[in-house]
Design a protein around this ligand. Structure first.
Ligand code: F6P
Length: 534
């Protein structure tokens, strides 16, 4: 019913956004919401005031509140893997958090305390390398959720960096990734964090092996214990690799890869920003959890973002969303959210295994402003596609250089204004006439200078990018993804689609090495392998 009501509402004639603003002087007040000192302005979305109650009805119809309760109760809502999704416990702070009849918090706190001791021993130069020198460079080796979160967060919180260490990230199987990082480092002062939930991921294991070879070549095998630590749920495989049990930071199977920043996977981030800041990050995420759990949909920031996305994707036909942080520090946020959103909700079947009847996760893409303006904004303004945009900006700069931040904000607000208003051909003509441009030139150029506008956007305004606000920001998107999954009725916590490619790569390896026959391969794959071997 709620779905059909929205579909009927979307079929009704929709005024242009500039007409909506002209007709309703209170539009911004009604279609924006504040939380603490944050502001979410969605008045530039293609919604009317009466669209919103229909979207709230969708939340109710999908029983989102019951799903939230099930997550909090530690139910195995990741039903295809038989697991709970308890990333919220990792930032729960004080009190108990029950799962399977047991309180998980003592374990969570024990790992956090172990991480804190380790970070302090590195920063205090008590932990030393095999030659007795302090550690100056940390290299995190991991991929996907074991890389993107801490990598993105290390850049986002660069203004809060601990001065004593440099943290690097290596993910790609391409040797160029590891080799270029190691080129500038010394084995004597380098520590590797091998981060992998499963400790079997091909990319991570290959990079870890090559890093080990690099270290052992200069310092010998006995040095591994002082230069390698691991973050994993698979203690057996870690031991097989040769990392001392003492130097393993554990987490649990109820922490999904792309939701793991708050676990020991955050160790390189904690090393980069110090443990006090890491705890602030957890507190910020917890504050967002509380807001998410306690707020009705009309005031619920993650809920509103989810509902607006569903409106754009399922009722207006948008196929993508552009994520446009006006913050260089958040330049990796689009990449991080690609995994969080597209790996979580890019699914073909519902929770009962039936083919989905609606469009789900749009393609997410984006770039830090203003760089994007000089790359792809042309298409957003005049390319003729519906491309919802999400702007994120901070009221205060994290690197306050005179003259920069006001211009940055002016650009951010100008872009959403231009996308909303557009420019009619009459406005273009009047502007050119006022500039005394000859009529013949006006006639020729006016169509090129016309903008359709009506491009929907949301602007999220934060006070500043500190660990607390940043933690809340990441948690906001986690919960947005969850609400969407409830409404689309899909499991956001598995990722079977990634498995097939891995499986085929393992099958091709012996063929490429000439140890197995290519007879069963399709013509293209066999042809590519043969060409490489020639
Ligand atoms: O991309 C698939 C995936 O399983 C992600 O969910 C995960 O973050 C990544 O691979 C890395 O896995 P692991 O931490 O086990 O190495």
């Amino acid at each position: 019913m709620a779905w059909q009501a929205l579909a009927a509402h979307a079929r009704a004639p929709q005024p242009h956004l500039r007409e909506r603003f002209a007709a309703d002087p209170q539009r911004f007040q009604h279609l924006s919401v504040a939380w603490n000192d944050w502001l979410l302005d969605y008045s530039k979305q293609r919604v009317a005031r009466d669209t919103m109650p229909l979207l709230y009805a969708l939340w109710k119809a999908a029983d989102v509140s019951t799903w939230i309760a099930r997550m909090r109760d530690g139910d195995k809502i990741n039903h295809t893997e038989g697991r709970a999704a308890l990333h919220i416990a990792l930032r729960h702070g004080k009190g108990t958090f029950m799962h399977g009849g047991r309180d998980v918090m003592p374990g969570v706190r024990a790992v956090l305390d172990k991480m804190e001791r380790f970070v302090e021993s590195i920063h205090g130069c008590h932990w030393r390398g095999a030659t007795g020198e302090p550690i100056g460079d940390i290299v995190n080796i991991g991929i996907g959720g074991s890389d993107l979160g801490p990598r993105m967060a290390t850049q986002a919180l660069a203004a809060h960096r601990h001065p004593g260490v440099r943290v690097h990230y290596v993910a790609n199987l391409d040797g160029a990734d590891l080799a270029t990082v190691l080129a500038d480092l010394q084995p004597r002062t380098t520590l590797f964090v091998i981060a992998s939930t499963t400790f079997t991921t091909q990319e991570t294991m290959q990079n870890a092996q090559s890093a080990r070879d690099w270290l052992v070549a200069e310092l010998g095998a006995a040095a591994v214990a002082r230069h390698f630590v691991a973050v994993s749920t698979n203690l057996t495989e870690v031991a097989r690799f040769g990392i001392d049990a003492e130097n393993v930071f554990e987490f649990w199977d109820w922490v999904g890869g792309r939701f793991s920043l708050w676990s020991a996977i955050g160790l390189p981030l904690a090393l980069a920003i110090g443990f006090r800041n890491f705890r602030e990050l957890l507190a910020g995420a917890h504050a967002m959890d509380q807001h998410f759990f306690d707020s009705p949909p009309a005031e619920n920031l993650p809920g509103l973002l989810a509902l607006l996305e569903i409106w754009n994707v399922d009722f207006l036909g948008a196929e993508t969303r552009a994520l446009l942080p006006y913050s260089q520090s958040l330049a990796l946020l689009p990449r991080y959210l690609q995994q969080l959103e597209m790996e979580s909700n890019g699914k073909p079947v519902d929770r009962k295994g039936r083919p989905l009847q609606c469009a789900v996760a749009p393609v997410l893409w984006g770039e830090a402003g203003t760089n994007g303006q000089h790359a792809f904004y042309q298409l957003i303004h005049q390319g003729g596609r519906l491309l919802p945009c999400e702007f994120i900006a901070m009221r205060e700069a994290d690197f306050p250089l005179p003259g920069h931040h006001e211009k940055l904000l002016a650009n951010c607000f100008a872009q959403s204004e231009a996308l909303m208003r557009g420019k009619t051909i009459d406005e273009v003509r009047a502007e050119m006439q006022a500039a005394h441009i000859p009529e013949s030139v006006i006639a020729c150029l006016a169509p090129y200078k016309t903008f359709p506008g009506n491009q929907p956007s949301t602007t999220l305004l934060l006070p500043r990018l500190d660990p607390h606000n940043f933690g809340a920001l990441v948690a906001l998107y986690e919960h947005k993804v969850f609400v969407e999954s409830c409404i689309w009725n899909i499991n956001p916590f598995d990722q079977w689609g990634v498995e097939y490619g891995k499986q085929l790569a393992n099958r091709l390896l012996p063929i490429m090495a000439g140890k197995a026959s290519a007879a069963d391969l399709d013509g293209s794959t066999a042809g590519l392998i043969a060409y490489c071997k020639e």
